[in-house]
Write a protein that binds this ligand. Sequence first.
Ligand SMILES: *[C@@H]1O[C@H](CO)[C@@H](O)[C@H](O)[C@H]1NC(C)=O
Ligand SMILES: *[C@@H]1O[C@H](CO)[C@@H](O)[C@H](O)[C@H]1NC(C)=O
Ligand SMILES: *[C@@H]1O[C@H](CO)[C@@H](O)[C@H](O)[C@H]1NC(C)=O
Length: 507
Amino acid sequence: MLPSVIFCSVLCIATTITRAANILVFMPLPIKSHVRGFQPLFQELSNRGHNVTVVSSFPLDHPVANYTDIGPFIDKTRARNVMDLVRMNFITSVQLKWRIGIQLSEMVMSHRNMKQFVQSNSNSYDLVMVETFGQEYAVAMGHKFNAPVINLAPAMIWTSISKWLHVPSTFSYIPDACTQSTSDMGFVERLKNTITGLMQSYVENYLYLPKTKEVMNTYLKYKGWESRPPLEHMLNNVSLTLVNSHNAIGISRPYLPGIIEVGGMHIKDPKPLPRNLQTFLDAARQGVIFFSFGTLVNLNDLPKEKLKIFISVLGRLKQKIIIKWTPDDSNIKLPQNIMTGSWFPQRDILAHPNVILFITHGGLHSLEETVCNAKPVVGVPFFAEQNFNMKIVEEKGYGKLVNFFEITEESFGNAIEEVLSNVMFKEKAIIQSQVYKDQPMKPLDRAVYWVEYVIRHGGAGHLKSDSIGLNDFQYFLFDILFILFLYIGLISWSCYFIYAKIMFKNV
Ligand SMILES: *[C@@H]1O[C@H](CO)[C@@H](O)[C@H](O)[C@H]1NC(C)=O
Ligand SMILES: *[C@@H]1O[C@H](CO)[C@@H](O)[C@H](O)[C@H]1NC(C)=O
Ligand SMILES: *[C@@H]1O[C@H](CO)[C@@H](O)[C@H](O)[C@H]1NC(C)=O
């Protein structure tokens, strides 16, 4: 008994110690929130002694030891007016994803720094982490370095990703962000969701995948690329997928053992606030409303009449307001209760007990922070999956969605009034917060554990779905159904035939 206990403990300790590894992160597309969402993981891995090389368009602001940035791959920051991106329907937003993926990929992959990195043979890596949103070819880095691949998903995985892993994405209740529904879908919504799902499952393979392969075959001609397996096989062969989501913020759905939810990795323990903010927040007897539309939406880009709606509604409230915004027009007279600034420590502000409401664009990271701090929200979504996120918030009951295109002083004011006056919103926020916080491990620790797990095992093929070898006819049992129907048909026909014979004889 005793020796086996000792043996077991030694074994347990041995299997949890991981040698320092050379890790490559390859997510070159210039989509900031996708990279920022996983950067805390890369930093933590470097802290733990791994040598992390990050190929991305967003280097760290301050370099840290054991962490090498390669990039960026954009020559000038292309300011994009967010108003170009809004107003999408469920079909055009699937096509938009394909188009953005190919355009941005051509841009970053043809950059001279990227060519240099791809051609270089001076480094070797034990593990490759890639993001596959619009950059499926990135998985070829696993082939170049002969290393296992971890996939980083910036939000709850959608059909374009889950199909390669054989994660069920049942269209009847797992909503796609493009359809902007929740898991509670009526007939029309299920129809839309099915169309979006089928586009990603099948149409994509003809309209989009060939273009991705072209990018891969044009720009990823490293030494030995001729022996590369087909893109589909490499995508099937990913060891593990880390997903930036959590069911307290998203929906409850089936995953496989190799799909790990790590949403909220960026949330650290609250830090003390700067003096002026602390005073402002402490002094607000009636409470504080925090207003931020994230990094991409600049309030100055919004139509002036919409901006006026926000300011005049907020100016009438008795609460104090903090707005992340630098007015570009110095003539604007702001009401007394409003404080503005170009940047605020959002997570730390939300942690302050006097903050009673968060007005947000519904970005995933903002919602993770608000849920963690149990603050109800009023959401004004703009693009990407923000509308979808806010619909889920409404379903879970800790906030209200206001449509930006139809916003009026009345609709915006009423939403704020309702969320502040009805305690149900706060109660639901507290419930979500408890659900989110009650986890066996913090999301960042979980992510580190699983990355090191893949390093320890030199890949995690055993976590993949056992169905990978099946084609769709076998997977959905179409072949079996066909035979069954044939069989039933034959029997029915024989019965009818015999019956007819007997009847005929009697006549
Ligand atoms: C960098 O890695 C080494 C081991 O490779 C480790 O001893 C050191 O603590 C790491 N440095 C930092 C700042 O994380
Ligand atoms: C760490 O990674 C960098 C960049 O890939 C590389 O230049 C360096 O040699 C690596 N260090 C070690 C100790 O492997
Ligand atoms: C699958 O990944 C393993 C390493 O995890 C590698 O040895 C193998 O060659 C890969 N196969 C394909 C088809 O990519």
